[in-house]
Write a protein that binds this ligand. Structure first.
Ligand SMILES: CC(C)(COP(=O)(O)OP(=O)(O)OC[C@H]1O[C@@H](n2cnc3c(N)ncnc32)[C@H](O)[C@@H]1OP(=O)(O)O)[C@@H](O)C(=O)NCCC(=O)NCCS
Length: 213
């Protein structure tokens, strides 16, 4: 099982929809969400949590009230109920990408926008930089970036691992990168321990709200 859901937050939530969803997340998360200065940030954080809960409930048969989350010392959230279900989420503007799998997983989604390619030389390994500079530079930059970030999120130790210290091209029998989503404005990769067939769905806010029981 390896499910990826891409949620496009269009339209934004109405205040009554936000208020109805808020009690579905933990009291700690509610407190964090209430502290956001901008409604959009609060909404994105809330929808990310609800998205994870929805996919996990559907795949495990557990009810939302049964779900208990914790996080590792670097902030990677995990489900305490079972060690067999892994998840990760990523935000980029009006996109939220959520991956749920029976293998450890990391996911990253980024907007494809103009970038100073000097960043690649600073943060990427030499073979990654050479790959980016050879052709289709902006596209390849975000391809490598999202693979690299998904790997970091798979490991769950944040930026404690220096970015140039590894390459997404190095042979590693235990890790695979798969593209989960791509359109003319965003790209998303997942990193996992096995090349499991991805089931990808793309939803907008209205479709997502209808899918919540
Ligand atoms: C925190 C980090 C894991 C990802 O940050 P990010 O790219 O800004 O954010 P994303 O939207 O992709 O992911 C955020 C989500 O990752 C999860 N997360 C938090 N810490 C995590 C960790 N250590 N490992 C995996 N996932 C983590 C959380 O669920 C978080 O969402 P939430 O706060 O709504 O619950 C970390 O790698 C980071 O700060 N990266 C900086 C980006 C960078 O410099 N990249 C260089 C080019 S590769």
């Amino acid at each position: 099982m390896f499910e990826v859901v891409i949620l496009t937050i269009i339209p934004e939530l109405a205040q009554n929809e936000f208020d109805a969803l808020l009690p579905l997340v933990s009291p700690e998360k509610q407190e964090r969400i209430r502290k956001f200065h901008f409604f959009r940030d609060a909404q994105n954080c809330l929808l990310g949590d609800i998205l994870v809960r929805t996919v996990i409930c559907r795949t495990t048969g557990l009810s939302n009230k049964q779900l208990e989350f914790s996080m590792n010392e670097y902030g990677k959230p995990f489900l305490m109920n079972t060690h067999h279900i892994h998840f990760n989420i990523s935000h980029a503007g009006h996109y939220i990408a959520c991956a749920v799998s029976d293998e450890p997983v990391g996911i990253d989604i980024e907007f494809i926008k103009p970038v100073d390619l000097k960043i690649a030389e600073r943060f990427f390994s030499s073979d990654e930089t050479a790959y980016i500079m050879a052709d289709k530079q902006i596209y390849r930059f975000y391809e490598v970036w999202t693979k690299k970030e998904s790997r970091i999120k798979w490991e769950g130790e944040g930026l404690h691992k220096p970015l140039p210290s590894f390459s997404v091209f190095e042979p590693n029998n235990h890790l695979t990168y798969q593209i989960a989503f791509q359109n003319n404005e965003a790209i998303c990769h997942v990193c996992s321990t096995k090349p499991i067939m991805l089931s990808v769905s793309v939803l907008n806010t209205a479709m997502f709200l209808q899918s919540i029981d």
